[in-house]
Ligand binder design. Sequence first.
Ligand code: 2M8
Length: 460
Amino acid sequence: MLKAVLKVKPSPKEILEERGELAVQAEEVLRQNDMGGWTRAAPGLYPHQWSWDSAFIAIGLAHLDVRRAARELRTLFAHQWRTGKVPHIVFNPKTPPKSYYPGAEHWACAAASPDAPPAPPYTSCLTQPPVHAIAASRIWEAAGRESEEGLSSTRDFLHGIYPRLFAWHRYLLTYRDPEESGLVTIYHPWGSGTDNSPRWDAALAAVEVGELPPYPRYDLQHVTDSSQRPTNGYYDRYLWLVKLIKEAGCDERTIYRSHPFLVKDVLSSAILVAANEALLKIAEVIGAPDEDRELIAGWAERGRRGLDACWDADLKLCLDYDLRADKPLRVRTVAGFAPLIAGGQDPDRVEALLGVLDSPVFAEHPGSRWSLPPSTSPEELRFHPRSYWRGPTWPVINWLLWWSLLRAGNVERAERLRRVSLEPLASGGFGEYFDPYTGEPLGSTSQSWTAAVALDWLVG
Ligand code: 2M8
C-alpha cells in the first residue's frame, strides 16, 4: 500500500526535533500574519479578519500569550452587530485595492442596515460557525497554566466577553432559529465556512441567478491552479445571494420570507452546542446569574434534539436540511459527524459515527495518503481531491474532531488523530487544505488557522 511505502519510521528523537521545529514555524506564521490586535486569515488570499478563523487563531495564540489571544476575540467582537450577530468578515480598511472580492465597498452593510457597525472597519453581513466561546474557554484553560497575573487578566477578559458571547448565541437561537428547532439557519454557503462543499449543491441549484455585472476573481491569483477554488458558476450564485441579502437590507425577517437559499446547517449547529457548553463554564467562572445558566443549558439541549432529528440511520451521519425544498441534503461530508462535535451522545451513536469515520468512506479510503477524513467522502460522485471543500482534508476540521474525541473520553483515538493530523503539516507546511491522495498542500500558504491548530496540537 502507498501508505506503508511512504512511511519510514523516524526515531523518537527525530520526531521530537521535528515537532519542536514545526511549533517554531507555526509561531512564525502567526507572527507574520499578526496585524496588531487581530490576525489576517492568510497573507495574500485572505487579508482581513475572518470570524471562525479568529477563534481558532486565539486557541493557538493562547499558548504564546493569553493576553494577545484574548485581544483577538475582543477585536472581533468589537464589530458585533446590534442584534448580537458576529460578522463573518471584518474588513481591514488598509488593505490595498484589488486584494479581495467582495470587499467592504461591495457589501456596504452600514448603508444597508441600521444594525451594522456604522463606522469603519466595516463588516460583511453573514456569519460563520460559532467557535468563539470554545476559544474563550481554551484561553482560560491556558491561563490556568500561567502566573496569577495571567489568570486575573483572563478573568477580566471573560467578564468582558461573556455578555457578548451570550448575545451572539442568543442571536443564533432566535433570528437564526425562529422554528426553535435547535438548528442554525444559514443564508449563504459562506455562512457555513465550508463554502463550495457538495452539501450545498442541491440547494444552490434551485437558486435562479439573474443579471450580474462582471466581477473579478482576485482569489485565483493566489492558488497554483484554479481547480482548487470554486468555479465561476458557484461564484455567480454566491454573488447573486449577496445581492439578494443586501436588497433585503440584511434584515433577518425579510430574508427568512423571501430568500431562495435557507438551510439548517448541522455543523454550525453542533459547534453551537459545544460552544454553549463552553459558555456554561465561562458563566460559572464569572458567576453569571442562574437564569443565564438555565437558558444556556436549555440551548445546548435543544441543539442536541435538533441534531437528533437530522440523523440518517442508513448513512449513519447527520444531514443538513433545506428549508425551501423541505428535505434533507443527502451528501456524505465531514459535517455528518456533527453529533460527535456536539458531544453528549449515547455510546451507540458515537460508535456508529466512529465506524463511518474509520472506514473507506472517510479516513480509511484506500487511496488516501494518511488516515485523515477528506472534507467530502471519496465515494460521493461530487468528490474532488483538490477542490477546496469538495474533498481535501482540512486541519481545522481535524482539530474539531480531535477535540471532540477528547471530550468524549476517547483519548486513544484522539491521540492517533492528533499524530496523523500533524503529518501533512510536517511534510507540506501550513497549507489551507491538503490533497487527501497525494498530501500536496493546496489553497493558501501560511494559513493562520492551520498554524494555530498545529501549535495547539504540539504545545497544548
Ligand atoms: C474561505 O472562505 C472565504 C469566504 O468567506 C473565501 O473563500 O473567500 C473558507 O474556507 C472559510 O471557512 C474561511 O473562514 C475563509 C478564510 O480562511 O476562507
